[in-house]
Design a protein around this ligand. Structure first.
Ligand SMILES: Cc1ncc(COP(=O)(O)O)c(C=O)c1O
Length: 959
């Protein structure tokens, strides 16, 4: 480098782009040569239909480098104010144990992993999720718990839907205690309308007056009251209805579990188990029920099975209940959920153990009891008789003065009508918080001796003796072993080591876009100014968020061509649901509520039909032709048949077959011609950004998986964000919120998620990505297409590429057809997937959308070197299959059928017809850096037949 350069010459103005892209210029050149094209522009010319191509740069501000983007976002963060929020309503301040913060939330080994569909390389996460399930079972007093749902309100809606599936009552009415959190009631209203249920929202005493198929009660309720639910549950059971109870895990440490009171479903948020409030999310919801309802349960369930050696091995159980198999008959549309946050909550319980949790809950309760006594003696009437952490107070005309005094002390209280205020204490509160509150309510000269009260052994708690917990919980060794930081650190590292995440190898999952989640994108997530805000703080305390959200919405509009964005949905599937509701409301507003037919191509992801069914639509499947494209004639026929009942088409673009369908505009036009709307599933947006836009192609609404295209990490199965973009005519019909009214949607609209902006605290990730890429986002898309075509070309001779578009090119992913190989050799796509683990890779997407295939999506973030390593592994596997075909290895005893191989294989007597080295170190790379799958191939059938979904006694691992 010449010494004479000026400093400004040495600045790298596009600093982030080459960090985000895998291949550098030389690697790209080599790949283009392999494809026989002169430039990336020529490749795009050959690949993307001219009719849909965007003819200018994206209208985004110029890219900022990493430091500049962080500085700008820091400026926004500083405009958020971190007050003490005692608003409650399902969100509470909590201390994230630093060992969990650094080693889980901020650790790519945990946050970049994929959903554990390949369980042999996900045993760590699966164990963590099993801990979460055990925690849920123990605290709720029920037999069976799932591995997290999107949020408490969604979990309540899922409980209502499940109640209708299993209750013997013929009623179409569902009762909701009016003292449930308002956001829960709002989401229930949304869901009930889709299903055609009538909601009865009333005081619990009125339950007996209604015939219902189920009810949602809350324990303790939103205002802190703790009712003995037994009489209400008995009334429900007498009419063959289900009793669903929303509850709070910390309260359940001290309260009789609802399961012991007879509840059929218990649900709630696990947020206060160490997960920051994050201005609304992400957090995991828990959901527990009776064993009898296991097949009707929504969401994921982790179960214990065994591997080929008979050792304990974990996997996702009963997957045949899920949307990817049962489609419109699925139990829910939950796909991406909140795995990372469920893991954190489970670890919080592991770290604190039952004693620690008793101490934390006991302290919260004791502080609340001291405050309750002071306020009572100070003459303030409390409206809830019993309490755990929440007090609802009648302050009458003093309300304004109290709120002003709380404001001066930077404390947020819950503001209720009729001169009432509420407050909820949490684990971050102290006697000092109580002292500040006493001053706020009673004045500085209140004269109470708080320290004396704190020492008063006779001070009454708020929990009635009949509802005090007597049963033990968390007695499993895992909750009683890792209480020192050293032990915890090693436990976390042990689990992490069992999993394969993006920090070890590419995860080439078609339709999932497992790209770089850059650290600079992740850093702001744990800044307190983003992490610590309660979602219902007054807007003036969240000015920084407002700037970020507004800007992100504008940028997403520029990228998609839409007029408005809703940031509320917490996953792609939730976005689908929100979008379909907007379409339905739009039709209804024009007097066309009868439009209820939703056309869905056969190749669609299972969440599409599941969401349509939840939105009350009737699914009509449209055929695909031999090239994997939507059969336009069939589409036109079915649109015409639906006629005035046509609501919409749901279509993925580029298609799930990995090609840009040439006829997309005609497809959209055919639907519009019959008065229908076009919903675009944006899962494959990584092939569109900067090259084309959903709104320009003809979509009226689309969801964007920020956890795919826009760099939010997959978290081992969530979190995610599935905002939707809409054209102006649909904008009034976007979800609103009952507590924080949003600008834009009609005021009467209800919510799809508990929080107004969904999982707001992970939105800085996508903001950072777009800020650092600007109009260069297009380059990312082009390189994603280059990488996919390079892989397709290099692999085509060994594994035929099933579908291709114009000029034989694929989009950003490709489907490898393994069916001919299976016919010839008996080796299935699953065998190849498991064998890839021996080579140190996560398998591509298996058997979606076509059974017997693998769908490969490399993304733009993988270098040519990594792509070549993957190609070498795939070609190595093809050579192994050739040896099986040649009869060199038996069809049932070869490295593929026996894959994956583990240390247990190495240490056992070796009698196989192939060598140990061939088994465990099949490539140069594995000889240098070996990843060991923790278990041998898992027996799926055994796991489902002997369903066991809780922590295994330690002895079982020794057997
Ligand atoms: C094509 C497609 N649509 C929808 C979804 C659902 O998105 P989410 O998992 O965020 O709910 C997926 C998920 O992988 C998908 O691949």
């Amino acid at each position: 480098m010449p010494h004479s350069s000026r400093p400004s010459d040495l600045l790298q103005p596009e600093a982030f782009l080459p960090r985000h892209l895998g291949p550098d210029a030389a690697e790209q050149r080599a790949m283009l040569d392999a494809l026989g094209v002169a430039s990336r522009a020529e490749l795009i010319e050959q690949t993307v239909p001219p009719a849909i191509r965007l003819d200018g740069p994206l209208a985004l501000p110029p890219a900022l480098d990493e430091q500049a983007a962080l500085a700008r976002l820091r400026g926004y963060a500083e405009q958020n104010e971190c007050w003490t929020s005692l608003i409650g309503m399902g969100y509470y301040a909590t201390h994230t144990p630093p060992v969990i913060l650094r080693n889980v939330l901020e650790n790519p080994g945990w946050y970049t992993a994929y959903t554990p569909y390949q369980p042999e390389i996900s045993q760590g996460r699966l164990e963590a999720l099993l801990n979460f399930q055990q925690l849920t079972c123990d605290l709720t007093g029920l037999d069976l718990a799932g591995a997290s749902l999107l949020d408490e309100a969604t979990a309540a809606a899922e409980a209502m839907a499940m109640a209708r599936r299993v209750a013997k009552s013929a009623s179409q009415r569902f009762f909701v205690d009016e003292n449930c959190h308002p956001q829960t009631i709002s989401v229930l209203q949304t869901r009930a309308s889709g299903f055609g249920f009538e909601l009865v929202i009333d005081a619990p005493e009125k339950l007996g007056e209604h015939e219902v198929f189920g009810a949602l009660l809350q324990y303790p309720d939103s205002h802190g009251e703790i009712r003995d639910l037994r009489p209400l549950i008995a009334q429900l059971h007498a009419q063959q209805a289900l009793a669903c109870v929303a509850s709070d895990l910390l309260a359940l440490v001290l309260l009789t579990p609802p399961g012991e009171l007879g509840a059929d479903v218990v649900l709630g948020s696990a947020q206060r188990f160490g997960v920051p409030m994050g201005y609304g999310g992400p957090h995991a919801a828990f959901f527990a029920t009776r064993d009898a309802f296991k097949r009707a349960m929504p969401g994921r369930l982790i179960g214990v099975s065994r591997d080929a050696r008979g050792n304990v091995a974990l996997r996702m159980a009963l997957q045949t209940r899920e949307q990817h198999i049962r489609r419109e008959k699925a139990n829910s549309n939950i796909c991406t959920s909140q795995a990372l946050l469920a893991n954190m909550a489970g670890f919080y319980a592991v770290y604190h153990g039952p004693q620690g949790l008793r101490r934390i809950a006991g302290r919260v309760q004791r502080l609340t009891a001291i405050l309750a006594r002071v306020l009572e003696q100070g003459g303030i009437r409390r409206l809830n008789r019993q309490f755990f952490d929440t007090l609802t107070l009648e302050v009458g005309g003093a309300q304004q003065a109290i709120l002003a005094s709380a404001h001066d002390a930077r404390i947020n209280l819950r503001i209720l009508g009729h001169g009432r205020v509420g407050l909820s204490l949490d684990e971050t509160c102290s006697l000092d918080t109580v002292a500040r509150l006493a001053q706020i309510f009673l004045g500085a000269d209140h004269g109470f001796d708080l320290a004396g009260l704190a020492d008063d052994a006779g001070l009454a708690g708020g929990i009635p003796a009949a509802l005090a917990r007597t049963s033990d919980f968390l007695s499993h060794p895992v909750f009683n072993s890792h209480h020192s930081e050293t032990e915890m650190l090693r436990y976390l590292r042990q689990l992490e080591g069992r999993d394969l995440a993006l920090n070890q190898a590419m995860i080439p999952l078609g339709s999932c876009t497992m790209k770089l989640n850059a650290v600079s994108e992740m850093l702001p997530v744990s800044w307190p100014q983003f992490a610590s805000l309660h979602p219902f703080v007054p807007r003036e305390q969240a000015r920084g968020y407002r700037l970020l959200l507004d800007e992100l919405e504008q940028w997403l509009c520029a990228i998609t061509g839409f007029d408005a964005i809703s940031l509320q949905p917490n996953s792609g599937a939730q976005g689908e649901y929100a979008g379909l509701l907007a379409i339905h409301q739009y039709h209804a507003s024009r007097g066309e509520a009868r439009r209820d037919v939703c056309l869905i191509p056969a190749s669609a992801h299972g969440t599409n039909p599941a969401s349509a069914q939840m939105a009350g639509m009737q699914v009509v499947v449209v055929d695909c032709d031999s090239q994997g494209n939507v059969d336009l004639a069939d589409l036109k026929r079915k649109a015409a048949e639906a006629g005035e009942r046509l609501s919409c088409l749901m279509i993925t673009y580029p298609s799930t077959h990995g090609v840009y369908e040439e006829g997309i505009r005609k497809i959209c036009a055919a639907v519009h011609a019959h008065g229908g709307q076009v919903y675009m599933d944006g899962a494959n947006m990584n092939a569109q950004v900067g090259l084309t836009r959903p709104a320009d192609i003809g979509a009226d609404v689309a969801h964007l998986n920020l956890h795919k295209t826009f760099c939010i990490p997959h978290g081992g199965g969530g979190p995610g964000m599935g905002p939707i973009g809409v054209k102006a005519h649909l904008a009034p019909f976007l979800a609103n919120h009952p507590v924080v009214e949003l600008d834009g949607p009609l005021a009467q609209n209800t919510a799809v998620s508990a929080a107004p902006w969904g999982s707001a605290s992970i939105l800085p990730i996508s903001w950072m990505y777009i800020a650092m890429m600007g109009p260069q986002l297009r380059e990312a898309t082009e390189v994603a297409i280059l990488n996919a075509n390079y892989l397709a070309t290099r692999l085509a001779a060994a594994y035929p590429v099933l579908y291709s578009g114009r000029n034989g090119r694929v989009a950003h992913e490709c489907i490898l057809d393994l069916r001919p190989l299976k016919a010839a050799s008996g080796i299935s796509e699953e065998d190849v997937a498991k064998r890839l683990m021996d080579y140190g890779f996560h398998a591509p997407t298996m058997s979606f959308p076509v059974p017997g295939t693998l769908m490969v999506e490399p993304t733009e973030s993988e270098s040519k070197a990594e792509l070549d390593r993957f190609v070498d592994a795939m070609l190595g596997i093809r050579a192994e299959i050739a040896r099986i075909e040649a009869g060199e290895w038996p069809a049932d005893d070869n490295p593929l059928k026996q894959a994956p191989h583990t240390l247990a294989d190495v240490t056992s007597e070796w009698t196989r017809p192939y060598s140990l080295a061939e088994a465990v170190t099949p490539s140069t790379h594995t000889r240098a850096f070996k990843y060991w799958p923790a278990v041998n191939r898992i027996d799926n059938v055994y796991g489902d037949r002997h369903l066991f979904c809780a922590c295994v006694p330690v002895e079982a691992y020794r057997e």
